[in-house]
Design a protein around this ligand. Sequence first.
Ligand SMILES: Cc1cc2nc3c(=O)[nH]c(=O)nc-3n(C[C@H](O)[C@H](O)[C@H](O)COP(=O)(O)OP(=O)(O)OC[C@H]3O[C@@H](n4cnc5c(N)ncnc54)[C@H](O)[C@@H]3O)c2cc1C
Length: 401
Amino acid sequence: MLQAPESLLAPAAPMEPPFPDADLMHVVDLLSPRERARFSELRTVLQRDIRPLTPEYWNREEFPFGLLPRLASLGLGRLQTDGSSRLFTGLAYMEMARADVSLSALVGIHNELIVGMINDLGSPEQKARWLPGLQSLTELGAFALTEPEHGSDIAGGLATTATHDGAGWVLRGAKRWIGAGTIADFALVWARDTADGAIKAFIVETDRPGFTATKIANKIGLRIMQNADIVLDDVRVPDGNLLPGATAFSRANELLRDSRAWVGWQAAGIQLGAFDIARAYSLERIQFGRELACFQLVQQQLAEILGNAHASLSLMVELARIQESGQLEMVQSAMAKSTTTRLARSSVALGRSILGGNGITTDYEMAKLFGDAEVLYTYEGTYEINSLIVARAVTGKSAFV
Ligand SMILES: Cc1cc2nc3c(=O)[nH]c(=O)nc-3n(C[C@H](O)[C@H](O)[C@H](O)COP(=O)(O)OP(=O)(O)OC[C@H]3O[C@@H](n4cnc5c(N)ncnc54)[C@H](O)[C@@H]3O)c2cc1C
């Protein structure tokens, strides 16, 4: 008769130290020593000083302005311009999301879509005016592409207009869901030039006459991020506010390719966050006289969350590798975004069930992640749209309509 190896029969020795960072695949070792030290400090500060404060802001749907200087001191306003490797930047986004998904959205949009866009596509004057304040997080921008009537079909359907009347540009239309729209100093507004039909981007300061932003309340996720409905009622901007590098939608597509990848890092982070919460809870909560962590079914759920998180993380590490070499295409970003957010949705559902009834109140954090995962699944191109992008690339057949 076969004997089970003794090691399988013996009670497992308690893990010492108790698995504090969950970096099972030693991903952080891929960073340079300098970036590794920076990453370690980042994670400590985010977990110690930022994460505990966020549930209250999330519940109240308030933005924690007082945390911006702390985030700036960690260099989170300048990731696009400080020479950080793609892997470090991604891992920083991941750790942000592990601490709080809304703030990771702010940092991600800020770096990928605001600083990145002005740095890559702006004029020397625009860079001089905006980059210093953005990099120190003393000024914020908003990325205004989606419209009330055009979400998934925005590339073809964009209805906001820009008309040049000889003296400058006049913008007219509406935008929806715009992150930081009510608190930003300016919005990067995408509008269709009525003269040539091309989609162009404009810097629109939020105090210009005709610009109004109204907070979208009662969201089930990303409640700290202040999303807005924006109305542009004949807003005038000078010629110098047109981004010279953003005079065609193809440039927006390049930015969206990179920002889709950022959402994949968020998805990895939210899953590690769910693992952290579920693991800690399962080691504390006693039922039937034992910690939940002693039950096989709970162990299986914890292992599944961790496996999903690492499948996501490993995909993102590979994506960072091709991004660093300049070979990233939309198909890879779309595949990473759709796959990691699908796994994230599953992981937070598992985590919520481990917390039982306490997974239903945001007092225990998991319910906060549960709502936030829904946003990851939908923004930066929905799960379905990103799946269609992947399948179009591999079949040559477009199934959008
Ligand atoms: C919290 C939050 C923050 C956001 N932040 C920003 C921001 O800062 N800036 C910005 O510009 N936008 C932002 N967005 C907008 C976001 O990118 C859009 O919500 C998203 O692109 C989907 O568009 P929609 O909501 O109009 O859905 P719709 O396009 O109306 O889609 C509804 C459903 O139909 C499906 N669908 C649509 N077309 C097809 C098709 N051809 N085949 C199959 N299924 C299809 C979709 O997958 C989805 O399930 C944000 C959204 C949210 C919720």
